[in-house]
Design a protein around this ligand. Sequence first.
Ligand SMILES: O=C(O)c1ccccc1NCC(=O)[C@H](O)[C@H](O)COP(=O)(O)O
Length: 233
Amino acid sequence: MTGKEPELSSYPASLPHIGVKICGVRDLEALQVAAQAGADWIGLVFFSRSPRYLTPTQAAALVSSYKGSLPRLTGLFVKASDETIQTALDEIDLDILQIYDTPERAQAIRQRFGKPVWLSCAVHTADDLPADAEFDGYVIEPRAPKNAANPGGNGVALNWSILRHWRPTVPWMLAGGLTPENVGPAILQSGAPAVDVSSGVETRPGEKSAELIRNFVKNARSAGHGPCATIRN
Ligand SMILES: O=C(O)c1ccccc1NCC(=O)[C@H](O)[C@H](O)COP(=O)(O)O
């Protein structure tokens, strides 16, 4: 596909609840549990250095082995070439492309593939928050630690309060270091309309826990009944 504007509304501006993305899903149990717990998106990591990596063929097989109603499928790409993205799309019908790259490159990907693009933004202070741009969503994450092999999935948390008064016109979600225990305070302190988790629902890198996924979704949704989250939705 070339030069197409994305048609899908990929994001939760209209969701009646706090949006939840379970990222780095690699097996059928995690997919089932996430879907049945009510996750809005699952993330599939197409970056070979990640412990959550799936080849496009593996990802397609995983998704087609689940017979229930699927959350939206988000594919994660790090500094990926058009060819890498096209290879994934040839195998699996991703709803959203989550891009770790420059805004310019992410914009080019959006135009090239005609899919909604979420730009992953590495943030340390409020000055790092992105200005409004032509994206379908932002994933706001902490900067990766200096020695990290991957730009995300590191279990490191942001100072959530820097987001409290941020009002982008583009929908966004909070990621980084979230767990079933801290997701409620994170939503209330940041005002995030949606949250994204990977290592916080794992027993070790790449191994998702059914119990932690269920608790994460439940606690995120409960936090959504608070006054701060109501304002944001
Ligand atoms: O999860 C990975 O291994 C990964 C690799 C390369 C790019 C992104 C990756 N993960 C992104 C995410 O899972 C989330 O967007 C986010 O960073 C949450 O991570 P965590 O702190 O582990 O909850």
